[in-house]
Ligand binder design. Structure first.
Ligand code: CTP
Length: 397
């Protein structure tokens, strides 16, 4: 069921657009609200009137429609729904998405959204098999876009093969899966990620080499199991995943405030590489070289966010997971760190430059719990995230 969910449905051009009308009906039968967007090419195949009548809502068509913009701006429109679905997704729309183009309402919404996007491609078999479309599909998958179909079948153009749009009910079921009827549905999970930047003056800061890749992968994996994820992130290199509530911060003190504002959570995962210190008297003006010799920086310790949450008397998440970035005696240090901080689980990794872990695509972790240490093999950060998310789901029951 999709009760209470809202879907922004972009209808592209193509003979399969007629199936989008049935898709609207099926979605509404399941309790979803549907906001339709019709591309110029789409309007050649279905009328705005039929789409609007079935959806029970106004159809959005034009990026520069002032009335529609006044009612709801296109950025807001791109974010107001729980999910964006493109059906049919033409080769042209896929190309625009893969290239990041935004020259009409549909492509602009797709570029501006912070929600999960699912596409149901529909095109001639040759077009689907073309190296350009293959490349675009691969790019979109890597960007986290979900696909329903295409399937094999007889096509309106008389050819047979892949390129046929998935049936409305198949698309509905892909939407239901993506909207996460998973083991963590109804759970709120907090994830911190990325480095922090601690200012020295308005143009300089102290940072670390964290890319945010592991925290981002964990947030995405928890989302995929149905969790509502609050993602508190420092200035990371890796973009935040779609479909999570992103809270961008810069300093450790801001991160603590954001974590406190996100309460209550069922579980909290602290993957951020938080700076241990901040500069006590960060200058409001750029520090100039010369006259006063070398600058002297004073430091104060940052709040330990993981320890603060782990040691709460009230409102402690039932599962608190920390990370330990170590460069030597990894398990020994991590075991002591788990006890010192008071968290339930600690994932220890060796971040010595030779391992390529900090800022890299892979990780090798040791999971330290009250029951002992589990050594996980070296694997892709997404695989570490999936394994951790499954374990969290099991622990929360
Ligand atoms: N952490 C935190 N707040 C801080 C420092 C660290 O929440 N001010 C969290 C990190 O997100 C991580 C864990 O604590 O989950 C351990 O971080 P790490 O940098 O390995 O440890 P430190 O506490 O900094 O200890 P040390 O510098 O002694 O290694």
């Amino acid at each position: 069921m999709l009760n209470g969910k809202s879907i922004l449905l972009i209808v592209g051009g193509g003979i399969a657009a007629f199936k989008a009308l049935d898709l609207v009906r099926r979605l509404r039968e399941r309790g979803a609200a549907v906001t339709p967007v019709l591309t110029g090419a789409g309007a050649e195949f279905v009328t705005p009137l039929s789409l609007s009548a079935l959806a029970g809502q106004q159809v959005y068509r034009d990026l520069f429609d002032l009335t529609a913009e006044a009612e709801m701006g296109h950025i807001e429109l791109s974010r107001a729904s729980d999910m964006v679905v493109v059906a049919p997704a033409t080769a042209d729309l896929m190309g625009k998405m893969a290239g990041g183009l935004a020259d009409d309402l549909a492509s602009t919404l797709l570029l501006a959204t912070d929600k999960r996007v699912l596409i149901a491609p529909a095109m001639n078999v040759r077009m689907w098999d073309h190296p350009a479309t293959r490349r675009n599909a691969e790019r979109l998958r890597a960007d986290g876009i979900l696909f329903a179909g295409p399937t094999d079948g007889n096509m309106a153009c008389g050819e047979y093969g892949p390129g046929r749009m998935a049936e409305p009910l198949e698309i509905v079921s892909a939407i239901e899966t993506a909207l996460g009827q998973g083991p963590l549905t109804g759970r709120h999970v907090l994830v911190t990620s990325g480095p922090t930047h601690e200012p020295i003056d308005p143009v300089r800061y102290i940072a670390n080499r964290s890319s945010g890749a592991q925290g981002t992968a964990i947030a995405a994996a928890l989302r995929d199991l149905g969790a509502q994820v609050t993602f508190v992130t420092g200035p990371a290199v890796v973009p935040a995943p779609a479909g999570v509530d992103v809270v961008p911060v810069e300093t450790a003190r801001q991160m603590l405030a954001a974590v406190e504002a996100a309460d209550p959570a069922d579980a909290a995962i602290f993957a951020a590489a938080v700076a241990d210190w901040h500069v006590t008297e960060a200058s409001h003006q750029k520090i100039k070289k010369g006259a006063n010799g070398l600058p002297e920086l004073g430091f104060a310790e940052n709040p330990d966010i993981l320890a603060a949450v782990s040691q709460r008397d009230r409102g402690r998440p039932s599962l608190v997971v920390g990370f330990a970035a170590e460069t030597e005696k990894v398990v020994e240090h991590a075991t002591a760190k788990r006890a010192r901080k008071g968290c339930d689980w600690l994932l220890a990794n060796d971040v010595s430059p030779g391992t390529g872990i900090m800022g890299g695509a892979e990780n090798k972790v040791h999971l330290v719990t009250a029951d002992g240490v589990e050594d996980w093999p070296r694997m892709d950060k997404n695989a570490v995230a999936a394994r951790l998310a499954a374990k969290i789901a099991e622990a929360l029951g």
